[in-house]
Design a protein. Structure first.
Length: 160
């Protein structure tokens, strides 16, 4: 039986299997996200209530599973530049300083930019673990992601 709590293997720089290949126009029009090309990569600008919670890769799978169980999984990226997953979140309910309670969790706010896979990008620097869904544009709150990540971290420490 596979342990889903281990860090994922690196995958090729492509969009998730079965995930739509989003164009810049798709991100802007269908998903309401501000993206822009820079060099050979497409970047998503955080802000306007959208933040990112960069969690260590070892916490990514169990955190995504818990959020999925609550029906609250929003878009999640795996970055090539760091062993982390970025959960896109709504900043409502954010309490500054919570992220300090967690080892390795970083809150990405405005004016942060994160790389996103896009059609026409030959070497994407990220992949969608949970792709965006144009029918579900709402995001989980940052406070819920941080609280659940803390729970997973404590739970993992208890199993060690």
């Amino acid at each position: 039986m596979k342990d889903d709590r281990t860090a994922p293997r690196r995958r090729p720089n492509t969009a998730s299997a079965g995930a739509p290949s989003w164009s810049i126009a798709d991100y802007r029009a269908r998903l309401g996200r501000h993206v822009e090309p820079r060099g050979d990569q497409v970047w998503l600008r955080l802000g306007g209530g959208i933040v990112g919670a960069a969690v260590p890769a070892r916490l990514g799978p169990p955190l995504a599973a818990v959020l999925r169980g609550f029906g609250e999984t929003g878009p999640v990226l795996e970055l090539d530049s760091a062993p982390s997953w970025v959960f896109l979140a709504d900043a409502n309910g954010y309490v500054p300083g919570w992220e300090g309670m967690l080892s390795g969790v970083e809150v990405l706010g405005c004016p942060a930019w994160v790389p996103v896979p896009a059609s026409g990008v030959l070497r994407a620097r990220s992949r969608w673990v949970v792709p965006p869904d144009a029918r579900r544009r709402w995001l989980p709150t940052l406070a819920s992601i941080i609280a659940l990540a803390r729970r997973e971290e404590v739970s993992a420490a208890g199993r060690s």
